[in-house]
Design a protein around this ligand. Structure first.
Ligand SMILES: [Zn+2]
Ligand SMILES: [Zn+2]
Ligand SMILES: [Zn+2]
Length: 73
């Protein structure tokens, strides 16, 4: 296990992991808020913000990030 930084993992359905029925046996559970069938982590940028924050290219969170740079692990 690597230490997670303070990143909120958001599903592609825009709901957080807490909104999904995720258990150890079923880590990709269904969404409890919408009809998303499985938790699919949204790609996040190196500035820790998701694609939505970069909808206009630069990050609208004001961290100076100019373009979406997906974290590749
Ligand atoms: Zn979802
Ligand atoms: Zn959802
Ligand atoms: Zn960014």
């Amino acid at each position: 296990m690597f230490t997670l930084q303070h990143v909120v993992v958001v599903c592609t359905c825009t709901h957080s992991k807490r909104d999904h029925r995720c258990t150890k046996s079923t880590p990709r559970g269904v969404c409890l808020v919408c009809d998303c069938m499985a938790f699919t982590p949204e790609t996040i940028c190196e500035c820790k913000h998701g694609k939505k924050a970069h909808s206009k290219g630069r990050c609208h969170e004001g961290d100076g990030c100019k373009q979406f740079r997906p974290i590749s692990k």
